[in-house]
Design a protein around this ligand. Structure first.
Ligand code: DC
Length: 241
């Protein structure tokens, strides 16, 4: 069973790269940011200040978040309602970053993530997958790119969607979110000690996907070799006896 953890800052291309690599490898893709976004949406819908940690923690017993896969595509449900679109609204991004700093929120979403990885071969992306959620993942990748490059990609994406925004505002938001995500006390964004760092600045998308797929094949071969060694040792113990 191979679990692949892909962490990195927002806009590094984690979701597009993970989705494409997962399709190529025949495993499911789990986007954990969607879970934090769903908690953010729940808080916003209740009119809460998303920086109010106690207020946010207090709503957790009242909400249910689940993930489903429709034709291989992840959908996130808040109290049974499909909020996959609502979580992509701009206000949900900062709300998600705010609520993700609340320890109770991280604990609330931990089991869901662990169970998904246990039950499926998957690529799971987020901020703390290699460091906290799946410390034993067979492969850990830290996908990154310069803040300017990430802002540029997001700018083009929003422009194509017909919702243009000011580039400098976008860049400042990215820098602020990076800072917030990597300086929180709990599960800050950082590469795991054994993560492979993949910098995507100036690297074409297809090349990044090919690199991730190649790393996955290497990791699978290593896992298989370790399994064979274990089987041989067990066999040796049996025949020695
Ligand atoms: O990947 P994303 O932009 O959809 O994530 C939204 C926010 O959730 C982001 O600011 C950081 C947070 N997050 C987290 O703290 N841990 C994760 N595993 C995934 C996301």
């Amino acid at each position: 069973m191979l679990d692949i953890a892909i962490d990195g800052p927002s806009g590094a291309g984690k979701s597009t790269v993970s989705r494409a690599a997962a399709a190529e490898l025949g495993v499911i893709y789990v986007d954990t940011g969607a879970l934090y976004r769903a908690v953010g949406v729940a808080a916003l819908r209740r009119g809460l200040d998303t920086k109010d940690r106690e207020g946010v923690a207090a709503i957790l017993p009242e909400i249910t978040i689940t993930l489903g896969f429709v034709e291989g595509e992840q959908h996130v449900y808040l109290d049974g309602e499909d909020v996959s679109k609502a979580i992509r609204l701009p206000e949900a991004s900062m709300a998600a970053s705010d609520v993700s700093a609340v320890p109770a929120v991280r604990a609330f979403l931990f089991d869901l993530q662990r169970t998904l990885a246990k039950e499926n071969d998957c690529i799971m992306d987020g901020r703390d997958i290699g460091t906290v959620v799946l410390p034993d993942a067979g492969l850990k990748i830290f996908l990154t790119a310069s803040a300017e490059e990430r802002a540029r990609r997001r700018f083009l994406e929003l422009e194509q969607r017909g919702t243009p925004v000011d580039f400098d505002t976008l860049l400042q938001e990215i820098i602020q979110r990076d800072y917030q995500d990597s300086h929180r006390e709990i599960a800050p964004l950082r590469p795991a000690d054994d993560a492979v760092i993949v910098d995507t600045t100036g690297v074409p998308f297809d090349e990044v996907v090919a690199r991730v797929v190649a790393l996955a094949h290497e990791a699978m071969a290593k896992l298989r070799a370790a399994e064979i060694l274990e089987e041989n040792e067990a066999y040796g113990e049996d025949t020695d006896a």
